[in-house]
Every structure is written in C-alpha cells, then in structure tokens.
Write a protein that binds this ligand. Structure first.
Ligand code: AMP
Ligand code: MG
Length: 345
C-alpha cells in the first residue's frame, strides 16, 4: 500500500496484466457520455472510467471517489507511520484498541480470507515482508535467523476482533499488519460505491490492477477486459473478456520480484515458511467484488494449484486462472468458471 516507490506492491502499477479496453467512440445521442480520470494514490496509478450526463457531474463524482481512496490510504498505509493501521500495530498489544468502521471491515474480511485459505492469505506477514523488502533493496537474501524471528510474529489467529465495541487486540508485541494484499481491492470497491451513491450506474475503478466495475457501459454488453493467459511478456496471448458488476485482479511476479542467486522471488510470502514465493508467475481472479478478487488472487498464489482451484470453485461467482513457473516453463491451471469465461471445454 501507498506512497513510497519502494513498495513491493506498488510496482504493480507498471504491470498492465489486465488492460481494460474501453471504446473511445462517443455515445449515441441521448446517452450518458464516457469520462476518464487518472490520479496517483496509494503509490499507484488509479483510473476511473464512468458514464455521466454532464462533465460537471462526472468530474465531481470522480473527485469524490478519489477522495474516498485517499482517506482509505490514510487509514491502511503501511508506509505512513501515522496511518490508523500503523498506530494500531504499535498500540494494540497493550490493550484492545477501537478502530474506524473501514479498518474493522477490512480486518474482518482479511480474517475471513485467512480462514478460507487456511492461512495462505495472512495480513500478519508484515515483519517478514519488511525483511524481503530489505532483501530487494540490498540484493541479498534475508538473514535466516532474522527470518525465523519474524516468522514467529506471523499468525492471523493472533488478531482478536471484537465487533461489539469495534476493537482490535494483537496477541504479540512484534506483530505488524500489512494490507497490501487486500487494500487496493477494498479501495476500488469503496470508490465504486461512492460513484453509485451519486447516481453513476456504469463505472470502472482500476486501483493499480485491482479493478471494480458496475453496470456495462450504455449500449454495450460489458466492460472489455484483456486477460493475459500466461505470464505477461512471455507470450502474447491475451483474451478479451466482457464483464460487468464484478471485481477482477491479478497477482503476478512479473514486475514485483527480486532475483537473488539466480532465483526469482515474488513479493508474496508463504506465511507458513516466511519465504517469498518462487514459482507463482501469475494469478487472475474474477469475483463478485474487487476485495474478494484481490485477497483470493494473493491466497491462490500461495496455495498449491489444486487447492487453489478447489477454493475458487467453492466460492460463489469466483473464477481463477493460476500460472506457475518451473524449470520446464509455465503451467496453467484453470478453474471451472474461468473455463466458461474462456470457453474451454
Ligand atoms: P497482491 O499484489 O495483492 O498479491 O499483494 C501482495 C502484497 O500483499 C505484498 O506486497 C505484501 O504487502 C502482502 N502480502 C505478501 N504475502 C502475503 C500473504 N501471504 N497474505 C497476505 N498478504 C500478503
Ligand atoms: Mg491481492
């Protein structure tokens, strides 16, 4: 999350794994017009495409949606020591701390995806992520002892939420929460909700690769999203999907990796070992909302492909494409619903 360029997550802004192709043609008379806006927020390039009756309406709606994202960044950033999240990490060991409705909701969702993925998705990886960020900066593998120490601070079951008074308690003093695997998806969903509340029916919010979209553009059957079927840059075999009222996201190691001693390490960590992933080339998830797509894409990067596909198939409206890298090249694993999207029998 957020403004620093060094963030492993943030470099994803450069990965156009999912390019959204929207017609540049003007609308038919009487239809709302298409407007597009960009802003750098959460350390990544944010894009809003929306259909509105007037430029004024469009501009004001987009400004409100961007403001919502900015507010969420102030809550969830792990680079800003004054963010609500970072303050919580410093204080919540002493005693349970009350938090904002947004932070509580993201934490609740995070724990839900941790439980669903049996810990493959785990926002308590913060101390381990810090060591891998350092490794990336210094181009040196993390010290094994430090890694082991950091790993002992990981474990989503050590986050205690109390919905009655909306408070959070952390069971260990060394815990650090990292919302990099879910925060942008949540921000995209929330920005889309702001647009909907202003009467914008048809919009798409792309929060640096985590995309939330509402109804199809006027006179179209959906938003056209280019899905890269293998790791980007390896093979040009993108396929256009037509989507609406859903979220879509991609987790990949194409831009966000560090190569050490000839091995490519992803920005995603296996919470069980504390090691950065080495074989996950790309995971694309379509889900009912962008929060779900974001969290599941991270989880499915960690899980063995067969378990990942089972998890995807068990969730309503979820489709997944998992691409793994090995000595022999790339292997694709396609979930049931993704087969339907790709029309594979
Ligand atoms: P994404 O690009 O959505 O897959 O998120 C990756 C980011 O989430 C990383 O840069 C870390 O900040 C954080 N992260 C890394 N590993 C995990 C994990 N296993 N579970 C949850 N978040 C993670
Ligand atoms: Mg994610």
């Amino acid at each position: 999350m957020t403004p620093a360029k060094s963030s492993l997550k943030n470099t994803r802004a450069a990965v156009i794994v999912i390019g959204v192709l929207v017609s540049q043609l003007g609308p038919a008379a009487g239809n709302p017009s298409r407007y597009e806006y960009f802003r750098i927020l959460m350390g990544t390039k944010m894009r809003i495409v929306l259909y509105a009756e007037s430029q004024e309406e469009a501009r004001e709606a987009a400004a409100a949606a961007f403001l919502r994202i900015q507010q969420l960044d102030e809550i969830m950033s792990d680079y800003n020591p004054d963010s609500e999240l970072m303050k919580l990490c410093r204080e919540a060991y002493q005693a349970a701390r009350p938090v904002s409705a947004d932070l509580f909701r993201v934490l609740e969702q995070s724990l839900r995806f941790s439980a669903l993925s049996r810990g493959a998705f785990d926002i308590t990886v913060g101390p381990v992520v810090d060591l891998w960020r350092e490794a990336r900066r210094h181009k040196r593998l993390p010290d094994e002892e430090k890694l082991e120490q950091a790993r002992r601070c990981v474990g989503y079951k050590r986050i205690v939420l109390n919905a009655e008074n909306r408070s959070v308690r952390l069971r260990l003093p060394c815990m650090k929460l990292d919302l990099g695997g879910i925060g942008q998806g949540y921000a995209a969903d929330q920005a889309l909700a702001v647009l909907a509340a202003r009467g914008i029916r048809s919009a798409l919010v792309d929060a640096g690769g985590d995309i939330a979209m509402s109804a199809a553009p006027p006179d179209r059957s959906g938003w056209r999203v280019a899905l890269q079927k293998t790791a980007p840059g390896v093979e040009a075999d993108a396929e256009d999907l037509t989507l609406s009222d859903c979220g879509v996201t991609n987790s990949g190691d194409t831009e966000q990796f560090v190569e050490l001693e000839g091995i490519r390490y992803s920005h995603i960590i296996d919470p069980e070992t504390g090691w950065a992933l080495r074989d996950s080339a790309s995971v694309t998830v379509i889900a009912p909302d962008a929060t779900t797509a974001d969290a599941l894409a991270t989880a499915l990067s960690v899980l063995p492909p067969n378990r990942g596909l089972r998890l995807a198939d068990s969730q309503p409206g979820v489709a997944a494409l998992i691409v793994r890298r090995s000595g022999e090249g790339l292997t694709k694993h396609v979930s049931r619903r993704m087969r339907q999207y790709l029309e594979i029998r």
